[in-house]
Every structure is written in structure tokens, then in C-alpha cells.
Design a protein around this ligand. Structure first.
Ligand code: TYD
Ligand code: MG
Length: 461
């Protein structure tokens, strides 16, 4: 008995494994996160080989490996396909993480609907909701042309049996935290259970050529609950994020063995499920005030995709000794830094001013190319002028007040042009290579001092 039952301590935050209990985790430096879990030696042995299904094969020559042409399956959502790198890959294991209630189950159910409409056999396994609840959700998101299979089960062995029996092309596990294996005696959702289950699904995916989607809940620290161990075991990690109060959702690729990361897909949550937002810039700019001071449109990149967002700033006299600075949707330290640059390089007195900077629409943007728009918004609010309707800005601002070049200037300019903008303020160095852009007034600037001579519409006040 003692021989095949061994206990190990796992950090519940990062999955660090230790033979004895420790107060602080050496992996993630969190305190009091170690929990004792029983691992049978059989399970441990299995884990060591998890992910390598079948007998060991002879090594192959790279040049002799045939590419399969039909390996990508379209999900019916361009936004999702882009994040996946062009569609789902047969036999891949995809983790979809996100806060509870963000729409993971809805998204995957809609994907199941599209796949089954295309004549593919899909199996949706839920450990969180009853068949009736899933049926209700399915009714909300609209008609299912073809039937799909549903199963409410949490026992890993029964799930594996069902998959082997039904042999579907795609399986959704909602969620990985509810799946447990009897032999592993720790609670469902603990590190060893989740790791065990993920290993088993890896074998199912690779061994049977089934695409497996795993839903994973995210803890308040922003990692998929418990385990980063999960992230390295799967092929693709997608995070579904968004403001609870804004209706748009962003699907972000964090890891992808079959495509580029840093791609995003934008969805909007509606009454009848998730809808793709093909043109996020238009969506982000809807409701933008006309001719207001402190409002500047920036062009940021999300992966290979330009997105226009509105940066708002409100600068007003402080009523207390220490000015308040707040940033929503961007980094407060960056805002402080940019305001310091304005004070030092332009002699602008901001020391007695409160400043509030906000990226409208609830989106988060931390790209350095947003700097110029933040600087312009602060300047415009402080000096009470508006930049004019059809102006967009991007560029990085350095500590000496220089405006530095950013990548993919052309894509940004073209996106702005597409949405009807006619003037673009950008780094002077980025002007090379833009000579063939027509219908857009390009204002290349070298330092923040050049901003003072911009012809804005000065307000009376
Ligand atoms: P859900 O997919 O259950 O989230 P998760 O699986 O990530 O926990 O999404 C739940 C939220 O989405 C819930 O607050 C209701 C909302 N919703 C809609 O607004 N419209 C819809 O058609 C559906 C199905 C859900
Ligand atoms: Mg759910």
C-alpha cells in the first residue's frame, strides 16, 4: 500500500511540485499555497509519458514528412479562425480560458453548432450544467441544423469511454476543472487532477485525431486556475477577455503551436449569443464626441491588426495638495511618465492638475504607439483645444520628448483612411515608405515641441 501511494505537495497557484511542505513557493513566491496531494506511482509513471501516444516510432527525415492539406477545419467564425491560425487543426488540444461568465461556454456551443452544421460529429461534455441548461442556451443562440451530442459527466474514465464509443471529430470539455479521476484522490480542480485530466485528453487528441477544446476558469490572479502546468501541455491557449459591463469580448491567442500568437478576435455578446465584430475600430469609436477637447483617436496594433481607439483625457486643477492621476485601460505609470515629459520638455505646468486618462470602450491597450495620443489628449484637455474630427495619431514618445518610430505604420494609416480619417499625426521617421498613401494628410513630427504648432480648433474657454 505504502509503495504505490505517495504524497507530493503542489503549489495551487503555479503547480510547483515539492516533496515536502513549504511556506513560500520557490516557483511563484506565493505564500501558503502548498497542498498535499496523493499521487499513485502508476499515475506518475503515466504522466511522464503523457502526450506521446502509441508505441515509439523510428525517427523520420524532415524532408520525407508529408503535409496534410486538409488539416484545417473552419469554425465558421473568421475571428476565431484567425486566432487559431486559420482554423482548427485535427488532433489539437485547445485551452479556452477566461473569467466565469465571460462567454466561454456560449462561444464553444456556437462553434459546435457550426461544426455540426458542416456535417461533423461533435460531442459537448459538460460538468457544470445540466442537459436542460445547455438546451436552453442552445435555443438562445439559434437553430441547430444538425444534431450534436451532449453528455453531462465529470468522471474521466467514463468520458474517455464515451469519446471512444462515439468517435466524434471534435470534443468540448466544459470545464477541465470539473473533470476528475477516481484513482487520484485529491479534489476536482486541484493541480494533480487537472494535470491528470489534461494528460488524458492530450492522449485522446493525438491518439485518435480528435480536436479537443478544454474550457478553463481563470483565477483572480489571471492564470488558468491552479495550473500553468496546463498551458505547457496543450497546443493552443486562448484567453477570452473583456469588461463584464461592456458587451464586446476579445479572444486572444497566448500560445499557438499552429500559428502566430498576438492575434485577437473580437466578439460582441448579444441576446442571441456571440456575434463577430468584423470591424472593431468602427465599434470602438461609436459614440465618440465631436470636436471635444481631450479626445484623440489613436491607432494601435493588436497582433497584425490595426485598431482605432479613442483616448480621452481630463486635466483639471486639483483641489488637494497632491494631484490625482487615474488611468483606465492603459498603464498609469506610463501616463505619469508622459506627463513628466510634457512638464519638462514643454514647460507645461501639470503639477497642480488632476489628470484622468481613459481608453473609451473598456478595451486595454498598452502599446507604446499609444503614447502620442495620450500626450495629445492631455495637451488638448489642458490647453482646451480640439484636434479636429478626422485626425488620428500614433507614435512612441521618449524621455527626451522625441517621437520615435513604430512598426507597421502603413497598416495603421490605411486603417485610419478606411474609416474616413483625413489627417494623421505620426513620427517623422515613419514617413519613409508612406509616400504612396493618398487622400491622407500626413504630419510627421520629431519632438513633442512640434505639437505646439499643430493647428487645432482652439476653444473660447
Ligand atoms: P457563459 O457562456 O455561460 O460563460 P462562461 O461559460 O464563460 O462562464 O456566458 C454567460 C453570460 O453570457 C451570461 O452572463 C449571459 C450572457 N449571455 C447573453 O448575454 N446572451 C446569450 O445568448 C447567452 C447564451 C449568454
Ligand atoms: Mg460555462
Amino acid at each position: 500500500m505504502a509503495k504505490d501511494r505517495k504524497t507530493v505537495f503542489f503549489c495551487q497557484n503555479c503547480g510547483y511540485e515539492s516533496a515536502k511542505w513549504q511556506g513560500q513557493c520557490p516557483g511563484c513566491r506565493e505564500w501558503n499555497t502548498f497542498v498535499e496531494e496523493v499521487v499513485s506511482s502508476a499515475a506518475a509513471k503515466k504522466r511522464a509519458t503523457a502526450g506521446f501516444a502509441g508505441p515509439p516510432a523510428a525517427a523520420s527525415k524532415l524532408s520525407q514528412i508529408q503535409m496534410r492539406q486538409d488539416s484545417r477545419v473552419k469554425t465558421g467564425y473568421k475571428e476565431l479562425d484567425r486566432v487559431l491560425g486559420g482554423g482548427i487543426v485535427k488532433g489539437s488540444l485547445v485551452l479556452v480560458g477566461g473569467d466565469p461568465g465571460i462567454g466561454k461556454s456560449t462561444l464553444l456551443l456556437q462553434v459546435c453548432r457550426n461544426l455540426s452544421a458542416g456535417g461533423r460529429k461533435v460531442l459537448y461534455i459538460s460538468g457544470e450544467e445540466s442537459l436542460q441548461q445547455i438546451k436552453m442556451r442552445a435555443d438562445r443562440i439559434g437553430e441547430f441544423q444538425n444534431d450534436m451530442l451532449l453528455l453531462c459527466e465529470t468522471d474521466l474514465d467514463l468520458i474517455r469511454d464515451a469519446i471512444e464509443r462515439e468517435k466524434p471529430e471534435a470534443v468540448v470539455i466544459d470545464s477541465i476543472q470539473t473533470v476528475y479521476r477516481e484513482e487520484v484522490s485529491s479534489a476536482p480542480g486541484s493541480v494533480s487532477q487537472v494535470r491528470e485530466a489534461t494528460g488524458a485528453f492530450m492522449q485522446i487528441a493525438k491518439g485518435m485525431g480528435i480536436t479537443v477544446f478544454l474550457v478553463g476558469h481563470v483565477t483572480k490572479e489571471g492564470v488558468v486556475a491552479g495550473p500553468r502546468v496546463l498551458e505547457h501541455m496543450v497546443d493552443t491557449v486562448l484567453y477570452f477577455e473583456g469588461d463584464r459591463y461592456a458587451s464586446y469580448r476579445i479572444l486572444r491567442g497566448v500560445k499557438n503551436r499552429f500559428g502566430s500568437t498576438n492575434e485577437i478576435g473580437v466578439f460582441e455578446m448579444q441576446e442571441s449569443g456571440l456575434r463577430e465584430v468584423a470591424n472593431p475600430s468602427e465599434y470602438m469609436l461609436s459614440g465618440k464626441p465631436e470636436g471635444a477637447s481631450g479626445s484623440v483617436v489613436a491607432c494601435a496594433m493588436e497582433g497584425t491588426r490595426p485598431i482605432l481607439v479613442e483616448v480621452q483625457a481630463l486635466v483639471c486643477r486639483t483641489n488637494f495638495g497632491i494631484p490625482r492621476r487615474t488611468a483606465v485601460g492603459t498603464d498609469i505609470n506610463r501616463v505619469n511618465l508622459l506627463m513628466a515629459v510634457l512638464e519638462k520638455r514643454l514647460g507645461l505646468s501639470l503639477g497642480d492638475c488632476d489628470a484622468y486618462v481613459n481608453i473609451a470602450g473598456g478595451i486595454r491597450m498598452n502599446e507604446p504607439a499609444m503614447d502620442l495620443a495620450v500626450v495629445l489628449a492631455v495637451l488638448s484637455s489642458k490647453k482646451e483645444f480640439s484636434l479636429g474630427e478626422r485626425t488620428v495619431a500614433f507614435g512612441e514618445v521618449g524621455l527626451s520628448g522625441e517621437i520615435r518610430g513604430v512598426s507597421m505604420a502603413k497598416q495603421r494609416v490605411l486603417e485610419a483612411k478606411k474609416l474616413g480619417f483625413t489627417r494623421c499625426i505620426l513620427p517623422k521617421v515613419s514617413l519613409d515608405g508612406l509616400s504612396d498613401v493618398t487622400g491622407m494628410k500626413l504630419l510627421g513630427i520629431a519632438t513633442v515641441r512640434d505639437l505646439l504648432s499643430l493647428d487645432g480648433n482652439r476653444h473660447a474657454g
